[in-house]
Design a protein around this ligand. Structure first.
Ligand SMILES: Nc1ncnc2c1ncn2[C@@H]1O[C@H](COP(=O)(O)OP(=O)(O)OP(=O)(O)O)[C@@H](O)[C@H]1O
Length: 511
């Protein structure tokens, strides 16, 4: 498939607001694509690079060469060129990348250059595209959309499902089942204002402590253990304590969902950054593990000894979990059989207060009759946290003054719009440690699109967790509101920009 075709369809999808038309355009594109092209076509349309980072910034993109007269570049050629650019390392890397980018652009027509520059520059992001692509793919191969969606959740990636469906048609769907060793997208939560609201919305439920660690999915098959993050990256080697814990369980195979967290000897949580640092570091795992051991805390089980449990009601999965995982490695939970009972409600409030006293961030309330909705932000898990936090995307940063000279300091924060673009909500330079300033300066310069000496605009990729005291109406900002007393709690490297909080969620905090 020619890049020109993708560039055209991308433009037409952006130009129409009719959902059915977008789906029809995508279906047409999938009909034209070769199976092996699907895993590249989808991210391009969504404005993502399959290589994630290719180390090319604004300064490299600034000098576009003369365009080619005729469209000949194929999707495969572009993908190989971008992989080659991403693989360049060592001295002179910047110059070599510049040369490779120049060669790629010289082979592109003016329209393709425009597309490539925006793709590489992160300006093409279309947040809703993956959901539309599922429907377009279903239409192209004649499969029910909900079955394609389920296959994506269980197969872990839309690209893999698209490749299989384009190669073998709807029959390929049967191949996407939960398999031990292959991660599925985790179930996510919505928010509730307080415990009472959560109880009213859910009915019979379990109130669980919400631990501020890192989400992990642990797969054990016999003597082999694999550990995945919420974005399905494998981190087995970095967390030997999880392998050890999984191998101790009295099962032959199991898939567990939980959180890994650094606790102090009294069982109180260490700051999130410490857990995140351990999970993020590949260096000297043994020494890091001794200095800061992490504890796994499991709250769900998706399969055990060859049986898939996703469709079982939560109450039954919880019973299996209690059989398979010993108490100290399980989340603490209180079952509320009848939320209409005043005594049950009081117990739920007290449980939640006690969780906070032990230093945890809040509770997650879960409907007892709900299946495990892989990859969904379902309405059957509701999180309740007293401190308001948002996960926002860094859009730009300002050079610091005084003690912060030479460091990127004041962050411009954005929330996600439905179309995948970001609305700036405000700025903050509060809450950063010196180590964070150094780290963010380096990371942000790697994402820089422009530097006017005062503000560095960056590709919107880094997600930062921000606490704030409320919202204030403001005509200076595009969403009509800004954050009051925003302060940085830490970076969320486990989240992609597509998972940052939305403008809609932010507006939900208006009084
Ligand atoms: N008992 C629990 N049940 C489910 N998730 C839990 C629990 N304890 C901690 N968590 C964490 O909370 C997250 C669920 O909240 P949500 O779906 O909103 O994800 P999130 O955006 O990462 O949330 P947050 O930023 O508040 O941690 C899970 O991804 C998991 O990492």
């Amino acid at each position: 498939m020619l890049l020109a075709e993708i560039a055209q369809v991308s433009g037409r999808i952006a130009a129409t607001s009719a959902r059915s038309e977008k789906v029809a355009l995508l279906a047409g594109l999938f009909r034209d694509a070769e199976p092996d092209e699907a895993p590249v076509v989808i991210p391009y349309l969504a404005g993502r690079l399959p290589q994630r980072r290719i180390g090319v910034g604004w300064s490299t993109l600034r000098h576009a060469p003369a365009p080619a007269g005729r469209a000949t570049l194929t999707v495969g050629e572009v993908d190989r060129a971008l992989s080659a650019i991403a693989a360049v390392t060592g001295p002179g890397a910047q110059g070599e990348r510049k040369r490779l980018v120049g060669a790629l652009l010289a082979a592109a027509t003016a329209e393709e250059q425009h597309f490539l520059l925006r793709l590489i520059g992160g300006e093409l992001r279309q947040g809703a595209l993956d959901a539309l692509a599922v429907e377009g793919l279903a239409a192209a191969v004649g499969a029910p959309p909900q079955e394609v969606r389920r296959a994506v959740m269980l197969g872990g990636s839309l690209g893999a499902v698209a490749r299989a469906l384009l190669a073998a048609g709807p029959a390929a769907l049967a191949g996407f089942r939960l398999e031990v060793g292959r991660p599925v997208l985790p179930m996510l939560a919505h928010s509730a204002k307080d415990v009472d609201e959560a109880l009213d919305r859910l009915g019979p439920c379990a109130v669980e402590e919400k631990l501020d660690g890192i989400r992990v999915q642990v797969h054990r098959d016999g003597g082999t253990v694999r550990v995945y993050t919420r974005t399905l990256d494998e981190i087995t080697e970095r967390l030997p304590e999880l392998t050890a814990a999984a191998l101790d369980l009295p099962v032959s195979s199991v898939v567990l969902d939980g959180e890994v967290i650094a606790l102090d000897p009294q069982g109180r949580p260490r700051p999130f950054q410490e857990t995140a640092g351990r999970v993020g570091s590949r260096l000297d795992v043994a020494a890091a593990g001794t200095a800061l051991p992490l504890s796994p805390v499991f709250f769900d089980v998706l399969a055990v000894d060859g049986r898939e449990l996703l469709e079982l009601p939560a109450a039954e999965r919880h019973a299996v979990l209690a059989r398979v995982v010993p108490g100290p490695l399980r989340v603490r939970r209180l079952v509320v059989a009848d939320p209409a009972e005043q005594r049950d409600r009081a117990a739920a409030r007290e449980f939640s207060a006690e969780v906070l006293r032990r230093g945890h961030e809040g509770v997650v309330v879960k409907a007892l009759d709900a299946p495990y909705s892989a990859g969904r932000r379902g309405a059957s898990w509701l999180k309740v946290k007293p401190v308001h936090t948002l996960d926002l995307v860094v859009l730009a940063a300002e050079w610091g003054h005084g003690r912060r000279r030479g460091k990127l300091s004041n962050l411009h924060l954005g929330a996600r719009r439905p179309d995948g673009s970001f609305a700036m909500l405000g700025k903050t330079f509060k809450g950063m440690t010196d180590a964070m300033l150094t780290w963010q300066t380096e990371r942000l310069l790697g994402l820089a699109l422009n530097d006017d000496g005062f503000v560095v605009t960056v590709r919107p990729e880094l997600v930062v967790e921000v606490a704030f005291d409320g919202l204030q109406r403001s005509t200076r900002y595009p969403a009509g509101v800004t954050l009051r007393f925003a302060r940085v709690l830490g970076y969320r490297e486990d989240k992609r920009a597509e998972e940052a909080d939305t403008v809609e969620t932010v507006l939900g905090f208006l009084p």
